[in-house]
Design a protein around this ligand. Structure first.
Ligand code: G
Ligand code: G
Ligand code: NA
Ligand code: MN
Length: 249
């Protein structure tokens, strides 16, 4: 398909960029981590969001080399940012790729990035396709000292069995759960019970997509460790993030 050919050219010709969105400590509001988010600037000036091109890249398999590019670039950039953790999204195809853990190991070695500062975000849907293979990949990845976060919790199955089975180091509560919790009693109940299960399983919790002080207060009071959202920071280029970190010191 045409967009697949364009993605190959984009990777070869350096049309991809990374933005970084900070996660702040819920108590101090200082930047504790950043999530790398992929951007594609086409030569015609058009910007296409990852929501559009990642599913295509997944279906053709080109997500594998693109995902490796993302990891390498993010580890290079974040190597300059002391004490800040780095989160990178992992797609289902990458999780299923038996070569991925070895390729990750090579990138960690070549960039010298501390694996303990790296976290990979996976979704429930990417695990259900083939839980055995995915589980094996996660074990190998953890062998490097890399943490695993479960992303977008509350949009899919929101399965407690999954949390117990895969023992993620972090749970990321989806924006929809946070937004609805402000007005809807059942959403709030789900958010609170998710946090309490996460606590019991020794998982850290991040509230995603926080846009208002009321949502931030709710997340803080409910016991979230980190808050991510436009209220604090939008995704930004690496140099802007570097300036934010310098200003924070
Ligand atoms: O940054 P934005 O909100 O537009 O991202 C939209 C979606 O694309 C989100 O679900 C996000 O997780 C996903 N995404 C962004 N960057 C990457 C990436 O590098 N790899 C993968 N697999 N998904 C990404
Ligand atoms: O699926 P994932 O959680 O990785 O998606 C992250 C996406 O959410 C990014 O594309 C980012 O741009 C977007 N995002 C981050 N913070 C906010 C926010 O406060 N509000 C909204 N609407 N989107 C956000
Ligand atoms: Na994510
Ligand atoms: Mn998410």
């Amino acid at each position: 398909r045409r967009i697949d050919a364009e993605l190959r050219v984009a990777l070869a010709e350096g049309q991809f960029r990374l933005h970084y969105q900070p996660l702040v400590d819920a108590r101090t509001c200082e930047i504790a981590a950043v999530e790398a988010l992929l951007r594609w600037d086409r030569p015609d000036g058009q910007q296409i969001g990852p929501n559009v091109f990642i599913p295509v890249a997944e279906s053709t398999g080109i997500i594998n080399p693109i995902g490796l590019w993302v990891l390498r670039r993010a580890c290079e950039d974040a190597g300059e940012w002391d004490n800040i953790k780095l989160s990178v999204n992992l797609s289902a195809a990458q999780l299923r790729n038996p070569e991925f853990p070895v390729q990750l190991g090579v990138i960690l070695e070549e960039t010298g990035f501390d694996p303990e500062r790296l976290e990979l975000e996976v979704t429930e849907t990417s695990l259900v396709i083939d839980p055995v293979v995915a589980g094996r990949s996660l074990d190998l990845i953890r062998g490097f000292g890399v943490n695993i976060a479960l992303d977008d919790f509350g949009t899919g199955y929101a399965s407690i069995g999954f949390l117990r089975q895969f023992r993620f180091e972090k749970l990321k509560l989806d924006r929809s759960l946070i937004v609805d919790s402000a007005t809807d009693e059942s959403s709030r109940a789900m958010m609170l019970s998710s946090i309490s299960v996460a606590r019991a399983l020794k998982m850290a919790v991040t509230a995603e997509g926080v846009e208002t002080e009321a949502q931030a207060d709710l997340a803080r009071t409910a016991g979230c460790d980190h808050i991510q959202g436009w209220l604090y920071f939008k995704p930004m280029p690496a140099d802007e993030l570097g300036a934010e970190l310098t200003a924070q010191r």
